[in-house]
Design a protein around this ligand. Structure first.
Ligand SMILES: [Zn+2]
Length: 318
């Protein structure tokens, strides 16, 4: 029997939280989303790209979850791989359920409603994988503040969007509290990526152009202080149990410093982003991920290296 606290498969992880591997780009473990399900309502936290919407609808059909139960779609941040399909899922569900809202902050709404800058930039690195992003009518949104209690219909426990900027300026962690206990934090990308199914070792999430190292570390410390019992990673899966959760979060702090030095020292050797990317794939990716190599690996590494170089002041944002 496995003793690892890491869960990669889809399934229920607490009495209300469901982890769904959306098999983004037809690959397992590339992207996870989370659903909060109560007898009365459902909240979907992130939805993937516009190409992932059908698989979410199919999942709901398979478990007999009526569309009219979905009260909220909640983005963790505006990036295409997490909420690029938000508009499409909202439009589809609204046909059955006119009450459905995108529950988010003013900042994320602004970025989702005006996605061209992000989409054009993302296409340069990720090409066809970015899907389509479109604005929706203003009435689609219910705007909330960060770090304040949000009432979910039929849900007795606490729910908040914890502000966790760093990966992007608008990043939040949807979080479930049971009194003083933090039952579940959807980390999304505020604590790196978890691409190993056995070891609590993480990878960076320093995407351009918004990544801010100091803010990222502060946000991560804020989550550590909550001592969560369970966490969800957008890339990808779940860490269950406080010991494992804390280990993975602290590991990501350490690894963030290591990665920053790695990028800086290797860039200064040759002055070339490509050299840093090659070194990272050769020396780090192999041991820190047990997902078989695929072409998106390289795109991902290019992005996190470049984001780090911009924050280090060694490259200009394009
Ligand atoms: Zn992101």
């Amino acid at each position: 029997m496995s003793t690892t606290p890491i869960i990669t498969a889809s399934g229920k992880i607490t009495s209300e939280i469901y982890h769904l591997d959306i098999k983004q780009y037809n690959m397992p473990r590339s992207c996870s989303i989370f659903l909060l399900m109560t007898p009365e309502s459902v909240v979907i936290m992130d939805v993937g790209t516009s190409d992932d919407v059908n698989s979410i609808l199919e999942f709901m059909k398979n478990i007999n979850l009526p569309l009219k139960k979905v009260k909220y779609l909640v983005p963790s941040h505006h990036h295409f791989d997490h909420f690029g399909g938000g508009w499409k899922l909202w439009e589809t569900i609204r046909k059955n359920n006119p009450e459905i809202k995108i529950l988010t902050t003013e900042k994320t709404k602004r970025l989702l409603q005006d996605p061209n800058d992000h989409i054009n930039r993302a296409k340069r690195t990720f090409g066809v994988y970015v899907g389509i992003m479109e604005p929706v009518p203003d009435e689609a949104y219910e705007i909330v503040g960060t770090d304040e209690p949000i009432q979910i219909p039929g849900f007795e426990k606490g729910f908040k969007l914890i502000a966790t900027p760093g990966h992007t300026s608008d990043h939040v962690c949807p979080t479930v509290f049971n009194d003083d206990i933090t039952e579940f934090v959807y980390l999304s990308e505020c604590a790196g990526g978890l691409l190993h199914s056995q070891k609590l070792i993480t990878l960076p999430s320093s995407m351009p152009p918004e990544f801010d190292f100091n803010t990222y570390i502060q946000s991560l410390q804020k989550i550590i202080d909550l001592k969560p019992l369970n966490t969800g990673y957008a890339h990808a899966g779940v860490v269950r149990g406080q010991d494992g959760v804390m280990q993975a979060l602290k590991e990501n702090i350490e690894y963030s410093f290591y990665f920053r030095d790695f990028v800086k020292s290797n860039f200064l050797k040759q002055g070339e982003t490509r050299y840093v990317v090659e070194q990272f794939i050769k020396r780090e990716m192999e041991k820190r991920s047990d997902i078989p190599y695929n072409e998106l690996y390289t795109n991902y590494v290019v992005a996190v290296v470049y984001g780090q170089l911009i924050d280090l002041g060694l490259k200009e944002p394009k």
